[in-house]
Design a protein around this ligand. Structure first.
Ligand code: GDP
Length: 312
């Protein structure tokens, strides 16, 4: 079996304020993927209209970081239980998670909620004990709390054997030793590359791309974000869009986007394991599969039974 050793797909999960945003920011800066003069485009949406549409991305952001030749795709996840369906769909796109836990606060309700979803999907976890710089940080107790939580959530033996990295996202430091921080986050990058399974490379097989999230942009309209689970998808290719109601539409792939840093960039093709965005299909929906016209094979539909969305 061939694998894509050049790529890792992870989600970052945490209780609110435990430092996800700061951590991703520092990882971007340290990898050099992100140039300091770059304006980060806010993908805020109109909270009254678009968010009500099922499956529209609300808090999800994708970041792609290049680290020593490996592309690390990081999907941000909303921690709130109202977005359970969205969290599940993000978990379907990735092979592992970074569980960020505050070294002083320890595990919290949203830690439990998002970890449960990750373990259910059988993802490989890495635990990041963040804010190790805080007064009264209690890293070893917090790791014990995390172990207890894994046990309560019926983690497998393998999942329970999670690696731990101690970090201060705000200072841009990390280490596998709670007593001593390295002056960079390489310990964390290395842990991702070494522990998170690389995607399977089956680029020669018939295409299967599944939409996990929707986004919208004034220039290109509706955007389906998802993973190429099998095969290759190219701009210009004639494909079948397998709708949830069982009907099939023939369409052409007009634009494909990959991610660099926090930005989307147009690309010509995507292969198995890639997380990409597709535009030009105005009625594309969450859970739908894109495949070759002569090889129609829909992926199992992801759950989309989102409760009524309420912004807090
Ligand atoms: P998010 O809600 O998980 O995205 O958390 P943020 O990244 O927004 O961080 C929440 C707060 O914690 C902010 O005030 C950050 O400056 C702070 N913070 C993040 N990382 C650290 C850290 O390593 N040490 C300390 N002391 N504060 C941090």
């Amino acid at each position: 079996m061939n694998i894509r050793n050049d790529i890792r797909n992870i989600a970052i999960i945490a209780h609110v304020d435990h430092g996800k945003t700061t951590l991703v920011d520092k990882l971007l800066h340290q990898s050099g993927t992100f140039r300091t003069n770059e304006q980060v485009e806010e993908r805020a949406m109109d909270s009254n209209d678009l968010e009500r549409e099922r499956g529209i991305t609300i808090l999800a952001k994708n970041t792609a970081i290049n680290y020593k030749g490996t592309r690390i795709n990081i999907m941000d996840t909303p921690g709130h239980a109202d977005f359970g369906g969205e969290v599940e769909r993000i978990m379907k796109m990735v092979d592992g998670v970074l569980l960020v836990v505050d070294a002083y606060e320890g595990t919290m309700p949203q830690t439990r909620f998002v970890l449960k979803k990750a373990l259910e999907q059988n993802l490989t976890p890495i635990v990041v004990v963040n804010k190790i710089d805080r007064d009264f940080a209690r890293p070893s107790e917090v790791v014990d709390e995390v172990i207890d939580l894994f046990i309560e959530l019926d983690a497998t033996e393998e999942q329970l054997d999670f690696p731990v990295v101690y970090a201060s996202a705000i200072n841009g430091t990390a280490s596998t030793n709670p007593e001593k921080q390295d002056e960079n986050m390489e310990a964390l990058f290395d842990m991702v590359v070494d522990n998170i399974p690389a995607p399977i490379d089956n680029r020669e097989e018939p295409l299967q791309f599944q939409v996990a999230l929707l986004d919208y942009n004034d220039y290109v309209g509706r955007i389906g974000i998802g993973r190429v689970f099998r095969g290759t998808m190219r701009v210009g290719q004639q494909v079948a869009l397998m709708k949830l109601d069982g009907t099939v539409k023939q369409l052409r792939v007009t634009k494909l986007f990959g991610f660099i840093g926090l930005k989307r960039v147009e690309i010509e093709e995507a292969i198995s394991g890639d997380l990409v965005a597709l535009s030009g299909m105005e009625d594309i929906n969450v859970g739908e599969t894109v495949c070759p016209v002569d090889h129609q094979d829909a992926l199992p539909v992801l759950r989309i039974d989102e409760p009524t969305l309420q912004m807090t």
